[in-house]
Design a protein around this ligand. Structure first.
Ligand SMILES: [Zn+2]
Length: 312
């Protein structure tokens, strides 16, 4: 019986979640810590080391062998595992996290962008399995993306590929944290939908709802809430049309917490796609929702580590 596991980690701006993952995708020993408690890099790295050691201990107690650590991190990560920029984890800006984990834990380690980890997880165990080439879009606080081309993760030369959230959908639209204007993320993320809803409903006193509250309202028939999701879906359709006209993909997999609201986004998304994408690019395009919930990133990071160990 194969007792090999990898430590899979999803390192975000507010939480770090981790678990032990077998090559067949079985997950055990979930752990979670908060990541926003310090802005001191040394303290942060120490807590990450303790986190990994704790998972190693858990593996030993279960009779499992840890082969290494796969980590999906929020930020642009170059193919050597160095974090080039991390707006939501600024203390890791320009830090070689992969090299650090390898040295500190004396173990193989792999660090990739968190949305890329999700895309790989979907390719191996989730909604992307039937497709040779597809895009994963993570809908949550922000909008992330990961590209699988011919069953390989496409990170780009320096790790900046797949960022569909930063396709411009409004030439002079809302300013974005990336420095541009009118990025898809500013309209189709949870925060973007909240902002649209507030702008549509000025004076109606509905300023305390988050995107899920607005989704509930939309399902109850509230026209402004429906309009906020319609607009988000429309911008998503616009962005996806551009991507499929460029790449002629087989599928788009929607992941992230807000993918649970795909029913509210799809009508205007599909309408926009029909208006903008070449028929040959949209007729065979499958739009599917992730079935891995919040496990995709951890599964993907661990699975990609197994893959790299096999092919090195
Ligand atoms: Zn942007």
């Amino acid at each position: 019986m194969n007792r090999a596991v990898a430590i899979g980690i999803d390192l975000g701006g507010t939480n770090c979640r981790g678990a032990l993952v077998s090559q067949s995708g079985q997950v055990s020993g979930w752990r979670s810590i908060e990541t926003e408690l310090t802005d001191n890099l040394t303290v942060f790295l120490k807590s990450l080391t303790v986190f990994c050691q704790d998972l190693r201990t858990a593996a030993a107690e279960m009779g499992l062998d840890v082969v290494g650590i796969g980590c999906g991190a929020a930020g642009v990560v170059d193919p050597s595992g160095k974090i080039r920029s991390a707006p939501n984890l600024q203390l890791l800006n320009r830090f070689d996290l992969q090299g650090h984990l390898q040295r500190e834990l004396n173990s193989p380690a792999l660090v990739i962008n968190d949305a890329n980890a999700i895309a790989w997880g979907e390719a191996q165990y989730g909604g992307g399995q039937p497709f040779d080439s597809f895009l994963t879009i993570t809908l949550g606080t922000g909008v992330g993306g990961g590209l699988i081309l011919h069953r390989q993760l496409w990170q780009g030369k320096y790790g900046g590929a797949g960022e569909i959230g930063h396709l411009a959908v409004e030439a002079e639209g809302r300013p974005c944290g990336c420095g541009s204007h009118g990025c898809l993320e500013q309209y189709a993320s949870g925060q973007g939908i909240v902002r649209t809803f507030q702008e549509l409903g000025v004076g109606r006193g509905a300023n305390d709802l988050d995107s899920f509250g607005i989704a509930d309202l939309a399902r109850q028939g509230d026209p402004l809430a429906q309009k906020a999701f319609d607009l988000a879906g429309r911008y998503l359709g616009q962005g996806i049309a551009g991507v499929v006209n460029l790449l002629n993909l087989e599928g788009v997999v929607f992941a992230g917490g807000l993918s649970g609201c795909l029913d509210l986004l799809l009508p205007s998304l599909e309408q926009e796609l029909a208006r903008r994408a070449f028929a040959v690019n949209r007729q065979q395009l499958h739009l599917v929702k992730s079935c891995l919930a919040d496990r995709a990133g951890i599964l993907g990071a661990a699975s990609l580590l197994f893959d790299r160990l096999e092919h090195r």
